[in-house]
Design a protein around this ligand. Structure first.
Ligand SMILES: [Mn+2]
Length: 455
């Protein structure tokens, strides 16, 4: 790189050609642009990048975020969009290439899900088509940056929301790799992003992190003002101290104390392992990419993906509102986890089980409890009642899965015994069944889990 020049992304010859094709279509376009994206953090990040690049071209646009792109929605788009409008799909579209190819409009798809095929008429930007692993190395939002900066270097400023999108798709676990890593290195060279390795504390200050954030969860501390103050004082820190104000030695000390506490309270090895990670500080946002991602997520959870998009585009009022949503969400979780400390899940022979009031939170609570302080020797099942049915979420530490546990299969067979339905992964699963079958279901579940674990 010549001196004084800012670092850039470099692309393979074939990707570079495709990006130039897409850029040429966008530059020569004179009409309206309709943007369609997924409603989750990666979809929000991609839509924000798309909106910004279209805006920079001086084009009018409208963005729609939705849960999925099915044939009915495509029909609706086709019949409601004049053929001279440009259609831009992000974080969706790769599974609908055949249908999109039949559209009279110019269509650009930026997606990272397994593509149905490459297509003829549409411009299809999907990492899988260019030898990049779309599951781990590029998300729709980070891949969108490729086109955005091909069009205009000013679009580099959208790299923060893009990284937040990739974090939402969990591509940061173990550090960004491949395409994402190249993007982060270039963004760091442009002083947009700073890489930091340290304890994964999510609050503005260390005190806030310990008091208000359920991850990592410190038994007897998190969610309790007096205890948090005492610990922060004992650590030799002020209430206002921020993580990135600590020197390396203080950071190491803090990390080891956190790790020790987690070990002592019986947290799983994965919880202690996740304590230290590489995080991506976004200068323009004055927050880490994972914090921005979690704000996007709280908007989606509330069904307010439009708010998420406004936030991603830098709207300060949207930021305030999203932070408020997130605070309410965290408080509910903390209150329930504190209660579960006092009244732990009921232990059966091979499983543990608790009930909570909110259907949408049974899985989160089961997951956090299992990770941080429940009995590690049994899988956790959390349930909540809704409309005469029990909705149950199952979580387990990795050690039990290694020992033969398969929660998906266990939930499926136990639910079938009581005319319910269940399934999922070995490590996380769920089931739904009639409320009055609770006892029978649990007995069956306990038996199956015992069998799987050879107890
Ligand atoms: Mn995605």
């Amino acid at each position: 790189m010549p001196k004084g020049e800012l670092p850039d992304l470099t692309f393979s010859a074939s990707l570079s050609r495709r990006l130039e094709d897409a850029a040429a279509i966008m530059r020569s376009h004179r009409g309206f642009v309709r943007i369609f994206s997924h409603y989750d953090p990666d979809g929000i990040g991609s839509a924000a990048v798309a909106c910004q690049m279209v805006k920079n071209l001086g084009l009018g646009f409208q963005a729609t975020l939705s849960h999925k792109l099915d044939d009915a929605m495509l029909d609706e788009i086709r019949s409601s969009t004049p053929p001279e409008h440009l259609l831009l799909f992000t974080d969706m579209g790769s599974s609908k290439v055949s249908l999109l190819d039949e559209f009279p409009n110019s269509v650009i798809v930026i997606d990272h899900h397994q593509p149905e095929k490459e297509g003829q008429r549409i411009i299809h930007l999907n990492p899988h088509l260019f030898g990049i692993d779309g599951a781990r190395e590029a998300s729709a939002s980070t891949f969108s940056i490729g086109l955005a900066v091909t069009l205009d270097k000013a679009n580099w400023k959208m790299v923060g929301p893009a990284l937040a999108g990739a974090v939402g798709d969990r591509q940061n676990l173990g550090g960004f790799r491949g395409y994402n890593e190249d993007l982060v290195i270039a963004a760091a060279g442009r002083e947009l992003v700073k890489l930091e390795t340290g304890p994964n504390l999510k609050g503005r200050t260390i005190y806030d992190s310990m008091l208000e954030h359920p991850e990592p969860y410190f038994r007897g501390i998190t969610g309790r003002k007096r205890e948090t103050s005492r610990l922060v004082k004992w650590l030799g820190l002020e209430k206002e101290t921020q993580l990135n104000q600590l020197d390396e030695e203080k950071k190491r000390f803090l990390t080891s104390i956190c790790a020790m506490r987690l070990l002592r309270q019986g947290a799983t090895p994965e919880a202690t392992g996740d304590l230290v990670m590489t995080r991506y500080w976004i200068h323009d946002w004055e927050m880490y990419a994972d914090q921005l991602s979690s704000l996007f997520n709280s908007c989606s959870r509330q069904g307010e993906q439009g708010l998420g998009l406004a936030l991603a585009l830098g709207d300060k009022a949207a930021l305030e509102k999203a932070m408020e949503h997130e605070r309410v969400h965290r408080e509910f979780i903390l209150q329930n986890l504190r209660e579960l400390e006092v009244e732990p899940p009921k232990a059966m022979k091979n499983i543990q089980y608790f009930k909570t009031a909110e259907v949408n939170y049974a899985g989160v609570l089961a997951g956090l409890g299992a990770l941080y302080f429940f009995d590690n020797s049994k899988p956790t099942f959390g349930a909540a009642e809704k409309d005469g049915a029990l909705h149950l979420s199952a979580r387990a530490p990795r050690s039990l899965v290694k020992a033969g546990l398969n929660l998906g299969l266990a939930c499926k067979s136990a639910a079938e015994k009581v005319s319910g339905a269940g399934g999922g992964h070995d490590i996380a699963a769920g089931a739904t069944f009639p409320v009055d079958a609770e006892k029978k279901f649990l007995k069956e579940l306990d038996r199956i889990v015992g069998e799987q674990l050879g107890n």
